[in-house]
Design a protein around this ligand. Structure first.
Ligand code: NAP
Length: 189
């Protein structure tokens, strides 16, 4: 069981542009059965968490295309608002501390993985609380210059796996902890 921020990002570290568009992502070439693919990942996920912007993006895009909510997993949505739910989805709206929510998620996970869907600010809150084990990212060959940041914090990571999936460079990192001033100040050898 692990808590994982699995996401796609631009090379310059954005999850979406300033209008929350993912057009830059959907036009990329990808082997759906290739390295670090989504189906393999989601098959191990039993609970999920996302921020309000991500929730609204998924909800509104599904509504626009007439699709059903795609996740059978219980999903905690972080918000301070009273957002309309999607019928048939197992949603738990919350503004509780990430530690409290994470404990509830782990209790519900039955040994499966916890997916922090995004955005980056929410994933960073889990990391700052020492609750994020891994970041798994598919890096698209595109830059946006500005947008929604991938991971707005200072952390030490360890690269544990990498692969190419057609257009994407896929990388798995273990989260070691908050970047220490000592470590960042070490001279290069
Ligand atoms: N590239 C990808 O694979 C990928 C993955 C995920 C998301 N995305 C996209 O990236 C963008 C992410 O946007 P984002 O980073 O701005 O937003 P986000 O994390 O999805 O949502 C931010 C909102 O979440 C709520 N929130 C966050 N932390 C909270 C806490 N501790 N307690 C209560 N509420 C909390 C707040 O909502 P309230 O204002 O309601 O309080 C906040 O405004 C979206 O467009 C999304 O669709 C892309």
């Amino acid at each position: 069981m692990a808590t994982i921020f699995y996401t796609a990002t631009t090379l310059d570290g954005f999850l979406a542009d300033e209008n929350d568009s993912l057009d830059w992502l959907f036009r990329q070439d990808q082997d759906l059965n290739g390295p670090m693919n989504y189906d393999e990942f989601i098959g191990r996920v039993t609970v999920m968490a996302m921020g309000a912007t991500t929730y609204l993006w998924v909800r509104d895009h599904l509504a626009a295309s007439g699709e059903a909510w795609p996740y059978p997993q219980p999903t905690w949505v972080f918000t301070h608002r009273n957002l309309d739910p999607v019928s048939g989805a197992d949603l738990r709206f919350t503004s509780a501390d990430v530690r409290t929510v994470h404990a509830d998620m782990v209790a519900a996970a039955e040994g499966g993985d916890v997916w922090i869907v995004g955005g980056g600010g929410l994933a960073t809150q889990f990391a700052a609380a020492g609750l994020l084990d891994e970041i798994v990212m598919s890096i698209a060959p595109v830059t946006l210059g500005s947008g929604r940041p991938l991971f707005p914090g200072r952390f030490d990571l360890e690269l544990t796996e990498f692969a190419r999936n057609r257009a994407f460079l896929c990388a798995r990192y273990r989260v070691l902890g908050v970047l220490t001033e000592d470590r960042s100040a070490e001279p290069e050898r």
